[in-house]
Design a protein around this ligand. Structure first.
Ligand code: B12
Ligand code: SF4
Length: 491
């Protein structure tokens, strides 16, 4: 078959033409169903899709920010009778809405689903939903009818839930009961991209047990860590020619994965060419002896830049969201002091640290914006401070919906008790401009240049230039000149 794969992105996406990281979902899917002619259109780079293209199947990957664009493309192909399947994190979170624009929706990990989808299209027997999850997609009363919807989704989706054992469900579902088997994944078809990304991407571990209330990962990938064979990950990394991004949710691991990462990083460190890489890491490992061993091993394997989900400097917000569990706070310790100490330890290893924060929980105020920026300045953290957005499929979203505080037609979809939307948007942009002023970038670069002094680690000039360029690129994604009228919901 001729298969078109589309990475959906809105034309106003701040990552457009500014995303250094290769999106991995579609190359992975293509590898799971070989033997077809694939074309990949990457709307983070390409301007448009030729919807007159002669194809048998269109697969669209959809994240939060590309939702409307995905629908427009899907609608255009379907008007011509071409089958369209949409998957990805946002599709998994709102499958009912997506079904209005797609012949089929993929919920959860695509690796075990895509080969079946392709086969079903070929034999003209496409189902409505393809699901990879151990959570029944069926409300219990529908068991035996076929398949169904996750109870949570049904609750928020105003679907005809009248189906019962005697009345067949109004939809067809193929469900893989569990998560993807990561033991023998094929190598992603990165060759499908027509341009080269500055960072290759790869993953070793999926799933997260920490379960922060704002995050979609535990629902999408499960609450248990699943690991790929370390030798396969190292072999894949050995083929890279660029920097790379290890996409795991924490590349420092947790006690149950420390040994796995020690093995993986030892293998990567033994590769002939050491390439610098980045990843997301949680602070708790930096306060724990074995965690520190893992971090040192990661640095030896080339880790240079770590993105830390610090989330908030308000103890109340950290507790409310559950994010406190990843800060490494013990007993009655002051969480903010602990965070600062763990950050300093990471920097002492020669790691560049960015801090990802959200402002907008109940106890936050407009002052929280400046206080968070001040924390970043004091601790030489590259600031990524954003207004919180409740993601569908998360506990935060469900809670706000139950409290009647959610308005999905707006860019800021939660109503805050004291902050007005216009003030939030102004504070967001002011903090971004201050945090990425030339002086701020220069001061941080000088600080990190000193952290790179250890002669054993070498490459000081390379790392310093990396730190400067990284921040100038991040600045572009952070400062929005015209976007975001508070009443606008650019999905
Ligand atoms: C790396 C990353 C980034 C990078 C992007 C790098 C890149 N170019 O890809 C950066 C740091 C820039 C980033 C930014 C943001 N991100 Co982000 N990010 C991630 C992260 C950690 C990994 C993404 C990834 O590559 N995963 C590996 C690939 C293989 O997984 P995948 O894309 O989900 O695809 C699988 C399935 O979804 C499915 N699938 C996907 N597409 C399709 C299509 C079909 C047809 C089928 C059948 C299946 C299918 O199969 C794939 C294989 O299993 C995820 C969390 C996570 N662990 O996944 C969050 C995540 C994707 N990000 C998220 C968010 C919210 C954001 C931001 C909005 C944050 C912000 N406030 O700025 C921005 C928006 C960026 C944008 N414009 O899209 C959310 C998305 C939620 C949602 N409902 O869409 C996630 C899930 C994290 C979370 N907190 O919940 N992000
Ligand atoms: S934010 Fe990070 S630590 Fe929290 S649940 Fe998501 S992936 Fe896990």
């Amino acid at each position: 078959m001729n298969i078109l794969l589309v990475l959906a992105a809105s034309l106003t996406d701040p990552l457009r033409r500014n995303d250094p990281f290769m999106p991995l979902s579609l190359p992975l899917l293509a590898a799971t169903a070989p033997g077809h002619r694939y074309t990949l259109v990457d709307l983070l780079w390409d301007d448009d899709v030729d919807t007159a293209m002669d194809v048998d199947l269109v697969g669209i990957s959809m994240r939060l920010t590309g939702e409307n664009r995905a629908y427009a493309i899907a609608d255009a192909f379907r008007r011509r009778g071409v089958k369209v399947v949409i998957g990805g994190p946002q599709a998994s979170a709102v499958p009912m809405r997506v079904r209005e624009h797609a012949d089929a929706v993929a919920v959860g990990e695509g690796e075990p689903l895509w080969p079946t989808i392709v086969q079903d299209v070929a034999r003209g027997a496409l189902k409505d939903f393809y699901v990879c999850s151990p959570v029944p997609f069926l409300p219990p009363e529908h068991a035996g009818v076929g398949d169904g919807f996750p109870v949570e989704t049904l609750a928020g989706a105003e679907v005809d839930s009248g189906a019962s054992k005697s009345a067949p469900a109004p939809f067809t579902v193929h469900q893989v009961d569990g998560y993807a088997d990561l033991s023998a994944l094929p190598v992603a078809r990165r060759d499908l991209y027509r341009r080269s990304y500055r960072f290759d991407t790869v993953f070793a571990v999926r799933g997260c047990p920490i379960d922060c209330d704002f995050c979609a990962v535990p629902t999408l990938f499960g609450r248990r860590f699943r690991t790929r064979p370390a030798e396969a990950v190292a072999a894949e990394i050995d083929t890279f020619r660029n920097y790379y991004y290890l996409l795991d949710d924490t590349v420092f691991g947790k006690p149950s994965t420390y040994d796995y990462y020690l093995d993986l990083y030892a293998r990567i460190a033994r590769l002939k060419k050491r390439r610098f890489w980045c990843g997301q890491g949680n602070l708790d490992a930096a306060g724990d002896e074995k965690g520190r061993e893992v971090i040192r091993a990661a640095v030896r394997a080339g880790l240079l830049y770590v993105m830390v989900g610090m989330e908030s400097i308000s103890p109340a917000t950290l507790a409310a969201s559950g994010a406190i569990r990843k800060m490494g706070v013990h007993g009655g310790e002051d969480p903010v002091r602990r965070m600062a100490e763990n950050i300093r330890w990471l920097q002492g290893q020669g790691l560049v640290v960015s801090g990802w924060f959200v402002v907008g929980y109940e106890s936050d105020t407009l002052e929280s914006w400046d206080a968070t920026l001040a924390f970043c300045r004091e601790n030489h953290v590259i600031p990524v401070i954003s207004p919180i957005k409740a993601l569908p499929g998360t506990r935060l979203y469900d809670r706000l919906q139950a409290e009647g505080r959610l308005d999905d037609t707006r860019f800021l979809n939660l109503r805050h008790p004291t902050m007005r939307d216009a003030d939030v948007l102004a504070a967001w942009q002011r903090v971004a401009r201050e945090g990425y002023s030339t002086k701020a970038i220069w001061d941080r670069t000088r600080f990190y240049a000193r952290c790179f002094q250890d002669p054993e680690r070498g490459d000081r000039i390379h790392k310093t230039i990396f730190t400067w360029i990284l921040q100038t690129k991040m600045k572009k994604g952070m400062i929005h000149d015209e976007v975001f009228d508070p009443g606008d919901a650019p999905r």
